[in-house]
Design a protein around this ligand. Sequence first.
Ligand SMILES: NC(=O)C1=CN([C@@H]2O[C@H](COP(=O)(O)OP(=O)(O)OC[C@H]3O[C@@H](n4cnc5c(N)ncnc54)[C@H](O)[C@@H]3O)[C@@H](O)[C@H]2O)[C@@H](O)CC1
Ligand SMILES: [K+]
Length: 511
Amino acid sequence: MKILTASQIKEADKITMNNQEISSEDLMERAATQVFKEIHERLQGADIPIKVFCGVGNNGGDGLVIARLLLEHSYKVKVFIVNYSDKRSPDFLSNYDKIKNLSNDWPVLLKGEDDFPEIAMGDFVVDAIFGIGLNRPLEGWVAKLVNFINKSSAFVLAIDMPSGLFSDKVSEEEDAVIKANFTLTFQTPKLVFFLPSTMDYVGEMQVLDIGLDRAFLSEITPSAQLIGRQEARSLYNPRNKNSHKGNFGHVLVVGGSYGKIGSVVLATTASLRTGAGLSTVFVPKCGYEIMQTSLPEAMVMTDENYEMITDIKTDLDADVVCFGMGVGRDKSTIVAFKELLKKTKKPMVIDADGLNIFSENNELLQYLPENSVLTPHPKELQRLIGEWTDDFDKIKKVQDFIRKYRLIVVLKGAHTFVFEQGNIYINSTGNPGMATAGSGDVLSGVISGLISQKYEPLFAAVLGVYLHGKSGDISAEKSSYEGMISGDIAENMGLAFSDLLSENKTNPGSD
Ligand SMILES: NC(=O)C1=CN([C@@H]2O[C@H](COP(=O)(O)OP(=O)(O)OC[C@H]3O[C@@H](n4cnc5c(N)ncnc54)[C@H](O)[C@@H]3O)[C@@H](O)[C@H]2O)[C@@H](O)CC1
Ligand SMILES: [K+]
């Protein structure tokens, strides 16, 4: 699902009104009706106090339509107008008239702190104060109102965006921003919903299709894309019946040191569970028996050295080389890595200490084959590209970095981002249970397993991240966030594939 900027959405609104010959008021009615339906479906006429806070722009206009529809269905609704400005939008004004005609219980005008209403624990608050029109941080009593709503224990539903959250830049820590329990957003999710510094304001998120112009939406180049099941499935390459293991490639995993052979076991298991035809590992001598015993499906080659990798002597022409897990940063390992880089022509997958070696030896990056995949977590990324001021600055710096070295970067997080030049793919699967030792080793194995099966490295990264997250979700269902371990993520890869390929799901852009 495409993620558009505020100005792209405004353009889509305009083109839709033009092509469908509808007014902006009609579009507002359509959008707000979708919200009403969602609320109605969940509340089923329940007698809970609903407090709708409306700004005086079009987000506030949405709030007024939602309130009107709720009143028409006999909900207990109170409307508060957050009168932050004398400039009211025309669609706000016409809907203000409509609601006044409907009920004797007129909207309450809020002009300052003294007017704040009581918000009780069981209340249902609708936040329709600001949407994508926000152009500066909230100030004065409006900021105080937002903090007042946040302090209440009411359930807060944000319309389009949590008020106070910018759509295209990061809010400062001291800014007042609604902390929603749920956000119903129009047509496309916004990038800030997925950034580490802003995602917590959004709560659970659902996208409502408000029927914006299909042709425009399919043609426009997005700032990023959300990868749900449908998008992941479109990347899947079905297998030919007439195949043998040679068709699915050969992964070479190079890693491990004394006490850290487990990371290689995890990555290699994951590569095989993802469908690699063959997997060979290259480990220090201390890893030989561990590998052969714990993973008989893998072939094992060893270094001369017992404890660490010092010389990667192999003529194996693997389809992909995965390097870095548990490998350490000894001088001799760095020399061996440099030699490996120089002789490898096909894209590689680099994780963990492989990334740290690059951070400390920048000059080695030039030897990395084009289209290689780096899989850092935020700390590893910072060591690699330097500090950033905020999440948007980070995106810019990653783009500069991958343009320079022609790479793919998989930035791991609650929402893992896959960066290619000029594009971002944001993953929708995964859960907090995956913050567990070895989960990154499994991911590099999964991506390597897909590359060996002739997936383009970019698509291997995007699909691999999706399947890894899905397998994590399946593992959490079986064993809970706390009880799951990363070996489960590797073991359940098969179920993640089955889920991807099952017929009975239709929810695009989400899971
Ligand atoms: N036809 C359309 O364009 C549609 C718009 N819709 C709604 O309209 C929203 C956008 O509406 P608007 O563009 O009117 O913008 P908002 O309602 O988000 O904000 C209203 C106005 O407040 C002013 N403002 C911005 N920041 C401020 C601040 N910190 N303090 C005081 N004033 C500030 C700006 O002049 C802005 O235009 C969307 O988020 C969505 O909810 C929906 O009804 C769908 C259709
Ligand atoms: K809002």
